[in-house]
Design a binder for this molecule. Sequence first.
Ligand code: NAD
Ligand code: DAU
Length: 337
Amino acid sequence: MKRILVTGGCGFIGTNFIRLLLEERDYEIINLDALTYAGNPENLAEFEGHPRYRFVKGRIEDQDLVGQLMEGVDAVVNFAAESHVDRSIKSAKPFITTNVLGTQVLLDAFRKAGSSGPFVHVSTDEVYGSLTKDAPPFREDDHLLPNSPYSASKASSDLLCRAAWKTFGLPVVITRCSNNYGPYQFPEKLIPLMIINCLQNRKLPIYGDGLNIRDWIYVKDHCRGVLAALEKAKPGAIYNFGGDCELTNLQVVETILEILGKGKELIEFVKDRPGHDRRYAMDSTLAKRELGWSPQEDFDSGIRRTVRWYLDNQDWWQRILSGQYRNYYQEHYGKAL
Ligand code: NAD
Ligand code: DAU
């Protein structure tokens, strides 16, 4: 049985990925997560005591801890990151610490332990920068032109992964994905924020003119892509994953309003995000050809499924809004977060 170190498993995508692994594979999983504001120990609470799952609270840039955990690990999937563009604009330092330094600490420990691999580094379409209206979607060999401190830190970590492959021959694989949506997404990101605000009859803040375009992918499709990369990718490979679903932010918000039967008067246009990327779109041809992967969920059903999840799990997001999820850790582990 393979032992996989998954980092950031208590966040949005990591949670969905670990659930997928436990359902569909027999790997042993160690989940290393710092439980920042975005990491929620409740997400995987039902697996506590599971014979193939262990949670460790800690930071990826903690060299001693990571060195210990890496012993006997076969492969790594690195989701841990500071992930929110708006926060990176307010303060870049945590992004450098986790995304850049943390990734290097993981790579060093992986090399020292002599793990067979692969080391899958989960990255983002934002490293490529912004597309003009008619430009073709991003490809893996496009230049990296990140525009926010977040995307610059992710591009830096991608380059450190590439350097580890080139210099030391580490079996590193980089995946770059477009905007995810689905269950367990922290309500600072566009889709959960809009659903929750709508449910509370609060204003829906849209940055700028609302015509920025994102390529939306259902989170389980991304997780299946990462799993395919873990199991099938060649060392040194880079794979784009996209949802083949380009929508303006306004279209996304109007869809949510329609599903919830609310009026457009809730929309409020607010000051634009500085350096706001206009358009992302991914060309996933390589992943389709080499990994046999393709997105399965279309936006129409995926967004309905997502809205349903937030309706059915109001306790989950209410506890986040009130900060109560932090009590869960205290009750279960006997100390405060
Ligand atoms: P998230 O913010 O929901 O979760 C991040 C997780 O990492 C949290 O559980 C947090 O506690 C943990 N973490 C943060 N700093 C840590 C540290 N120093 N040590 C250990 N754990 C730490 O993020 P997400 O949306 O699930 O994104 C996961 C990964 O996927 C990130 O690397 C992100 O760049 C990438 N990604 C996200 C998207 C998206 O649309 N959300 C798209 C493409 C790529
Ligand atoms: O593209 C992949 C990236 O997608 C990931 O790498 C990031 O981790 C993830 O956070 C996400 O980044 P974005 O900046 O695209 O996501 P966000 O949900 O913050 O914003 C999506 C779009 O919606 C963006 O154009 C900004 C806009 N927006 C966002 C918020 C939170 C609004 O108009 N209003 C808002 O309140």
